[in-house]
Every structure is written in C-alpha cells, then in structure tokens.
Design a binder for this molecule. Structure first.
Ligand code: BTN
Length: 327
C-alpha cells in the first residue's frame, strides 16, 4: 500500500506547477478512479497538502519533505546498505517491521533499510519508548548479517554512532559528540539514539537490526525531555534536509561496515575514541542495569567495552548500560 502511495506522490511531485488530471494519474498508476481518490485521501491523512479533486485534477500545495525511495535510490552510492528500501507513512516500529520480515521467512537482502515518516510504537533502549513526530525526525532500521561472533555485536552499534557523527558533521557543520555507548549529542543534549537488536547462535550473529532515531526538524522538544534532548534545527537555527542526512549516513555506514569486514574492529574503536569526549579522562557514573559504577573513563577495549578506572585504581570494563551522570 505505502509503495502505491509513494508512486502517486512521486507523480504529483513531478508536476508541481500544474494540476494533473485524475484521469491521467489513474491511467498511469493502473488503478480505478475510486482507488485513486482513496489514495489521495490517505496522503492527505499523512499531512500532505493536495489541492483539487478527481475531475478537476490534483496538485501539491507545497513540496513535502518525505523520504521517498524514488528520491533516495537514484542518489545513493552504496552497494548493499539501502539498496533494498521499504518506506512507510505510518508503522508501529521500523525495528519491529524488520523482525517481522525476517520471522516470516522472507528472503531479506543484507542492507535492507526500512524508513518511516512516523512510528506509533517507536522503541528506545532499555524498554523506553521513542517519540516519532511525523516529518520532524528520521526513523529507520537496517538489517545486517555480520560475519562475527555475538561478542563483537556492540561494535556495529558504535560504528553506527561513528557514521552518524561523520554524516551530521559533514552535512551541518555542527560539532557532534558521542556519549557512550551510542547517543549523539549536540551542545551536550541528545538528538539521536540507536537501538540494536540481534538474533544469534553461541558463536555467530545470525541477524542484526540497527534502528536509528534522529531529531532533525523538531521546533520544540516535549517538556519532560527538553532539558536533555534537542533537535538539529533547534541547535543550528535552520531547517535540516532529512534526505541529505540519510544519504550521507547510508554511504558513511557502508564504508565503515566494509572496513570492518576487511580489517576488523580497530578502525571503529579508533574513530569512536577520536570523536567521543567520553572516551578518555571523563568522570562518569554508569548504570549497567544492576548497579552504578563510578570512575574515570580510560578508553575502549577491543570489543568496544568502556574501561573505567575506579576509586581504588582498578579498571572495570563495562559492556552495556547508561551513562547517568558526567562532569
Ligand atoms: C535510544 O533509546 O536512544 C534508541 C532510540 C532508537 C529509536 C529508533 S527509531 C527507528 C527504530 N525503530 C524503533 O522502534 N526504534 C529505533
């Protein structure tokens, strides 16, 4: 269904200045007049302003900022990441959709990317939810089949943070920080989070879904999170192009992912350490799900765990958790 809506929207976008007759659209899209009218209503329901009606012709009121595969595909210079795209106007969660695709035994190509304009049940790390305001954010998931043991899985999440760091800095010129393990910050506030989920055997990751939520054009953040969360628009004072950020990210991520397959984890660890102010010498407190660990950061180990020097001088390696306070 969403694929059909994409075709209709793309046809309207190509004729922005003139109204396109319903007759022609229905013929080009091989559907009846009533189906066409229903699709137009669905696009309107997704916030796209379309003037006109079946017999006078349809016209877009303004160019909508929609992450249409028809706009992404011709500009994407990757071999695997994003070559197979799904795009939704509404979905529960792009990560959940990716798991369903795999659970239903579909032949899912590596790098398949699922993008949504909004999510009704977006999920965050540690059981939290992820608010997914329509058109304001970028919400997507990538399916990977990394040839690696489960112990290396966290590295792919760090790689995602590095790729998004590079993509956003290059596109916006903003100064971006990475908070361990994979939150992206601008001006000390979070604007992007990553949720990775894996299915694994004891010695092999069978499948990994990396979900990314990025606040691009939110004008305000909800009161409950405004103290710690922001958007690129708030931080920069400008509207951001979601499609440019997504394209930069997909290409950057593919380079880092390919590098991992060729050379192993070193370059991910090195880049993460270079770009994160949390990597070394930072006094922090982490909650690892069971207890709080306080100390000074001393870099990452070879598996991506954060090394923390405790009060007595011993080093503790923390594999997962949340940085709850920092100086
Ligand atoms: C976090 O808690 O920081 C991680 C947030 C991850 C949100 C993204 S939005 C796209 C993908 N689908 C989801 O349901 N969650 C991730």
């Amino acid at each position: 269904m969403d694929r059909k809506l994409d075709e209709l929207l793309f046809a309207l976008m190509q004729n922005m200045t003139l109204a396109v007759s319903g007759e022609k659209l229905a013929k080009d899209l091989h559907v009846s007049h009533s189906t066409l009218a229903r699709w137009v209503e669905k696009l309107r329901g997704a916030g796209i302003e379309i003037r006109g009606e079946l017999f006078t012709g349809y016209r877009l009121v303004r160019l909508p900022d929609i992450l249409l595969p028809q706009l992404i595909r011709p500009r994407l210079n990757t071999r695997i990441i994003g070559r197979n795209l799904y795009h939704f106007y509404d979905v529960d969660s792009t990560n959940s959709f990716a798991s369903r695709l795999i659970a239903h035994g579909r032949n899912v190509a590596e790098g398949t990317t699922i993008i949504a304009e909004t999510q009704t049940a977006g999920r965050g790390r540690l059981g939290r939810s992820w608010i997914s305001q329509r058109e304001a954010g970028i919400y997507f998931s990538i399916v990977l089949f990394p040839k690696a043991p489960p112990s290396l899985a966290p590295l792919f999440t760090l790689a995602t943070a590095v790729a998004m760091h590079n993509a956003v800095e290059r596109y916006s010129g903003l100064d971006i920080d990475i908070k361990w393990p994979n939150d992206l910050l601008v001006g000390q506030k979070k604007f992007c989070g990553i949720l990775s989920e894996i299915q694994a055997e004891v010695d092999l990751v069978k499948m990994m879904i990396i979900g990314v939520g990025l606040n691009a054009n939110h004008e305000h953040m909800p009161d409950e999170i405004a103290g710690r969360a922001t958007s690129l628009r708030i931080a920069s004072g400008h509207i951001q192009s979601r499609i440019e950020i997504l394209l930069e990210f997909l290409e950057e991520f593919e380079n880092i992912y390919m590098d991992f397959e060729r050379k192993g984890p070193r370059s991910i660890i090195d880049q993460w350490t270079r770009f994160s102010s949390f990597a070394n010498g930072r006094r922090i407190e982490i909650h690892d799900g069971v207890r709080k660990i306080a100390g000074v950061t001393r870099g990452l180990n070879a598996l991506g765990a954060l090394k923390i020097e405790l009060k007595g001088g011993q080093i503790e390696e923390v594999y997962s958790g949340d940085v709850v306070s920092w100086e």
